[in-house]
Write a protein of this length. Structure first.
Length: 303
């Protein structure tokens, strides 16, 4: 009898432990830069399989193939891919704008003061360009824009001639701060908030594949929200963790880039108003960037 009770107790304890165990982890693909910084502690935990990539092409491929349970991507790219049939839903916004204008040597560097100026930008007809042109237009600033292919190219040209007015983004901004003396900066997120009387725009978000068990999705999103909070609470510690993961930036650069990335975990339902306001701007300027129309109810993950 004692033997039976011992066996029964052992079985009960095993089931209890299994019941308390976290669900199986998810696979995620994340672009380098600010989105990767947001999920540092998800990645260091090791339960979820994370791939950090460069550029948009791997994200487009992931949406198309369903190769990953979770895709971090610009919110407009997610909307465009879902409109085209990708089997994902928008779960949360995590990056609320990381674009800046920089120069050196000006007595005053303000958005209003750029009327008639030449600005070197990146990503023509993409979100960086849309945000910049929207702010210039709404502030009645007539500037001449020239373009390069990527933020790294813009940063390289600026390093060679810091008197240029250049559009950049984090973490490139923090890298420039470490190497260029007398850097002057315009925070485009502050300009957006001043113009619209509210917070910034949901630039990058998290998209989750349909059909995954709700408990697994909830566990992942809980881990992600905790990561964003911890990263913001101690950028230096998060930067050290990012260096261990081989993110490709120095700890000093990542420490500066974290607050400049405006990281905040906001679930889909709570981000919807800001997202639709941002998408309305894109619709006016380049509807193709979000698939031609505002996303419907099926775009948002209910949680």
């Amino acid at each position: 009898m004692k033997r039976f009770l011992s066996a029964a107790l052992a079985a009960f304890l095993a089931l209890a432990i299994l019941g308390c165990a976290k669900p199986e982890g998810l696979t995620a693909i994340v672009p380098s830069g600010s989105p990767a910084l947001a999920q540092i502690y998800v990645q260091t935990d090791g339960r979820h399989a994370v791939s950090v990539v460069n550029g948009a092409d791997p994200l487009v491929a992931a949406f198309g193939s369903g190769s990953h349970d979770v895709v971090f991507a610009p919110t407009n790219l997610g909307a465009k891919m879902i409109a085209a049939g990708a089997d994902y839903r928008f779960a949360a916004a995590v990056v609320w704008g990381n674009y800046y204008l920089v120069t050196t040597g000006k007595t005053s560097f303000t958005l209003d003061g750029l009327d008639g100026a030449s600005i070197l930008a990146f990503g023509q007809n993409q979100t960086s360009d849309i945000v910049l042109r929207h702010l210039l237009s709404e502030n009645d600033v007539d500037a001449t824009l020239t373009y390069v292919d990527a933020v790294a190219s813009a940063a390289a040209l600026f390093a060679a001639d810091p008197t240029l007015v250049v559009l950049t983004a984090e973490p490139s901004l923090s890298a420039l701060c470490a190497t260029v003396d007398g850097l002057q900066v315009i925070d485009l997120q502050d300009e957006y908030a001043a113009l619209h009387g509210e917070g910034s725009y949901p630039q990058a978000g998290v998209f989750v594949m349909n059909g995954i068990d709700a408990d697994r999705v909830d566990a992942y999103l809980t881990d992600l929200a905790a990561s964003v909070s911890a990263v913001n609470d101690d950028p230096a510690a998060a930067a050290a963790a990012g260096a261990e993961l081989g993110f490709g930036f120095s700890e000093a650069v990542m420490t500066g880039a974290i607050p400049g990335s405006h990281l905040a975990y906001v679930a889909a339902a709570d981000a919807r108003t800001a997202l639709e306001a941002y998408f309305a701007i894109i619709l006016e300027m380049n509807p193709a960037l979000i698939g031609g129309t505002l996303p419907g109810e099926g775009f948002y993950l209910e949680r």
